[in-house]
Design a protein around this ligand. Structure first.
Ligand SMILES: NC(=O)c1ccc[n+]([C@@H]2O[C@H](COP(=O)([O-])OP(=O)(O)OC[C@H]3O[C@@H](n4cnc5c(N)ncnc54)[C@H](O)[C@@H]3O)[C@@H](O)[C@H]2O)c1
Ligand SMILES: O=C(O)C[C@H](O)C(=O)O
Length: 318
């Protein structure tokens, strides 16, 4: 059949780090037919093998997306979105902050190399400690703040959503939750802004039940690290990062909790922290300042202080 061939530039997402989160995210992106993926890792053979495996499922899954596995940043050139998942996961008993020294070097190097190849890309950071790594990536990339953000609030909110659903014996579909603050033990789940079909959960559960679910949410990552013994959660984190990539590429846009750069919002400055933001094709298009009670504001500032403490340590390493 004769055809005149048009040259189309497919949408491209580069995923740096072909570990559990990175490879699951790559799978989500291609199997939703969202974009072509370049999967990069420092360990040769791993990204190539995963890419080939995913390609071999292409006919069965019925998608048309290409996936390339590589150790070379040149292959990531011209990406629309870059997601950084490279770095160590924590072990049982460890805090995320204990990963700072090792992961700072990895994230800084990955960001430098990726931004050189894709200066127009939007960057999503996944590596822990999340808020600190996102700040480092922003600093090193020299990109405007709206184009660098971190993934955590969507995951923490998704956990809170499912714990509420289980408690009430309902599907999570009608449940909407909001978790602010740093991605650590001091994160701030907001029951007042968490609803079932528009009804705040504070009207559906007593205070001690809510406190128990809030505590489980704060401990959600550690609960899985303890169960797995090696590595951490990756299915829900990959789904959360996928949600951000999809929102950006489809320019939906959506109001989602993400780690965004604060410049006075919530009384905080020069810090990446989890807040509700409008996410679209321009990246972080605006930050929503929720009305908080004194107690919620104090909790958010405590969480911010803890992020700033680790950030100062990380900046000293630069
Ligand atoms: N933000 C969140 O909510 C969230 C959720 C889950 C995991 N995480 C974090 O994401 C990171 C990855 O988690 P995982 O479970 O995928 O870990 P993993 O060990 O399965 O994968 C990490 C991958 O990074 C690669 N890597 C290491 N150094 C690299 C470098 N310099 N360049 C390129 N690749 C490199 C490793 O070879 C490995 O394949 C961890 O820091 C983890 O704590 C964050
Ligand atoms: O808990 C971890 O170390 C991984 C991740 O941050 C999570 O919340 O699952």
């Amino acid at each position: 059949m004769a055809s005149s061939l048009a040259v189309c530039r497919p949408t491209r997402v580069s995923v740096i780090g072909a570990g559990n989160v990175g490879s699951t995210l790559a799978q989500r992106i291609v199997e939703h037919n969202l974009a072509d993926v370049v999967l990069l890792d420092i360990v040769g053979g791993r990204p190539e093998g995963i890419a080939l495996d995913l390609l071999e499922a292409r006919g069965l899954e019925g998608h048309d997306r290409r996936i390339v596995g590589t150790t070379e940043y040149a292959a990531t050139a011209g990406s629309d979105v870059v997601v950084i998942t490279a770095g160590l996961p924590r072990k049982p008993g460890m805090s995320r902050d204990a990963l700072t020294r090792a992961n700072a070097q990895i994230v800084i190097e990955a960001t430098r190399q990726a931004v050189a190849q894709s200066p127009e890309a939007i960057f999503i950071i996944v590596t822990n400690p999340l808020d600190v790594m996102t700040y480092l990536a922003w600093k090193v990339s020299k990109l405007p703040p709206p184009r660098v953000m971190g993934m955590a609030g969507i995951l923490d909110s998704a956990r809170f959503q499912v714990f509420i659903a289980k408690e009430l014996g309902l599907s999570p579909i009608d449940i909407r939750t909001m978790v602010l603050g740093g991605h650590g033990d001091l994160m701030v789940p907001l029951p007042r802004y968490s609803t079932v079909s528009g009804i705040p959960i504070t009207e559906l559960m007593d205070a001690s039940t809510i406190d128990r679910l809030v505590e489980r949410t704060r401990n959600g990552g550690a609960e899985i690290v303890e169960l797995l013994r090696t590595g951490g959660a990756f299915y829900a984190p990959a789904s959360s990062a996928y949600t951000m990539v999809e929102t950006i590429l489809l320019n939906q846009p959506r109001l989602l909790p993400i780690a965004a750069y604060l410049q006075g919002e919530y009384g905080l400055n020069d810090l990446y922290l989890g807040v509700p933001a409008r996410l679209g094709c321009g990246g972080v298009e605006s930050i929503l300042e929720l009305k908080l009670t004194d107690e919620e504001r104090i909790a958010l500032h405590k969480s911010a202080e803890s992020v700033r403490y680790t950030l100062e340590y990380a900046l000293d390493l630069l």
